[in-house]
Design a protein around this ligand. Structure first.
Ligand code: PLP
Length: 374
């Protein structure tokens, strides 16, 4: 319905694509049935269900794809995509990427016959050289990348990869379709941890894949989901749809608040550096400006003077920023990342990851001031 509306704020707020039964209800329904009468379009929920396709339709329209699939987590979405490449596939992945997916590529991908080679984030010359020398089957991009928020030029990677016959997969969890639609820059499949901004309320675990083309590879991914049985549940799909309706306003406020926090700390005497692509001094700023519209996201990291000990102390002193993992919810979170990621992490010991929420920016800045300052 309403295919004439293309603006993302309208798609999100009006849940365009979701089928609301003609009973006058303004809100979408929870549709928990696991099996359906034959001949009416659905058969069994593990394959597909109406509540699931409601949320998938909205996610798909937001990303501008030809299809979307929802999974039980972001990790499920990412690993299904990689597994669907098949035994023997070789994938270029960035040095800095969501840590547990990095861990999976190092420790579990081999179980599925997959091999991985790393490239330095944002380094297009390195991507070109690796694609030329190694002839990978796909290139994985995460931009901005968790947790150093380095930026990678999506159009440049897509051009290099496609010229060599490789696919491009983009983890766009922290950009969200409100800021970047990777398909517009040539991505073949976009991945989200919908646990984060898409849902936005820290109360659903979910993952999404969106495809540029509803081709054979997409059918394979769909079959892998049915086979492994990792379909998102109906209640979670409904909660996700509820969260999606405010995506546009939430993301804009996250961006505004994050910009304020970044500006307040990037020359602060207790801070060594702030990683945030919205700062004109950030190495990723120019590329970010060219592929992020309307803001630079709600995620940043602060590297504090005083090393790992100072970082460990600061997270115990915040009152408004809660000391917890995850990101993209309405509430602000702070985390000392390196100890979480273990001894093999490239993340520096002095790094605090901030998920800047929707609270008042002055309150957030004051909270960090007092936490860093004692
Ligand atoms: C959280 C996250 C994931 C993993 O998603 P889950 O929903 O936790 O499984 C993947 N990529 C990024 C960038 C994330 O932040």
């Amino acid at each position: 319905m309403h295919d004439e509306f293309k603006n993302l704020s309208t798609i999100a707020a009006a849940a365009i694509g979701a089928e609301i039964p003609d009973t006058g209800d303004i809100a979408p329904h929870i549709k928990p049935a696991t099996t359906y009468e034959k001949g009416k379009g659905y058969s069994y929920y593990r394959n597909d269900g109406p509540g699931l396709s409601d949320a998938e339709a909205v996610v798909n329209k937001l990303e501008g794809g030809e299809g979307a699939l929802l999974f039980s987590s972001g990790m499920a979405a990412a690993t299904h995509l990689l597994i669907a490449m098949g035994h023997g596939a070789h994938i270029l992945v960035p040095e800095t990427m969501y840590w547990f997916l990095r861990f999976w590529t190092e420790n579990q991908g081999a179980t599925f016959g997959l091999t991985f080679t790393r490239y330095p984030n944002g380094d297009i010359d390195a991507v070109r050289a690796a694609v030329g020398n190694l002839k990978p089957d796909a290139v994985w991009v995460e931009t901005p990348a968790n947790p150093d928020w380095s930026v990678t030029d999506l159009a440049a990677v897509a051009e290099i990869a496609h010229a060599a016959g490789a696919k491009v997969f983009v983890d766009s969890t922290c950009a969200t379709p409100i800021l970047t639609r990777p398909i517009d820059f040539g991505a073949d499949v976009v991945m989200h941890s919908a646990t984060k901004y898409l849902n936005g309320h820290s109360d659903v675990l979910a993952g999404a894949l969106i495809t540029r083309k509803a081709d054979k590879f997409w059918q394979k991914i769909t079959d892998v989901r049915t086979g492994l049985g990792s379909t998102l549940g109906a209640f979670e799909a409904w909660l996700l749809l509820r969260g999606l309706r405010t995506l546009d306003v939430r993301v804009k406020r996250h961006c505004e608040n994050a910009m304020r926090v970044a500006e307040a700390f990037h020359e602060h005497p207790l801070v060594y550096t702030v990683n945030y692509p919205g700062l004109p001094t950030d190495p990723g700023h120019e590329v970010a400006k060219s592929q992020m519209t309307g803001g630079f996201g709600g995620m940043m990291s602060i590297r504090v003077n005083g090393g790992g000990d100072a970082a460990a102390r600061a997270v115990l002193r915040t009152k408004l920023f809660r000391n917890a993992t995850s990101l993209g919810g309405v509430e602000s979170l702070i985390e000392h990342r390196a100890p979480v990621e273990g001894p093999t992490t490239p993340t520096p010991q002095d790094l605090l990851r901030l998920s800047v929420g929707l609270e008042d920016a002055d309150d957030l800045i004051a909270d960090l001031e007092q936490a860093l300052g004692q």
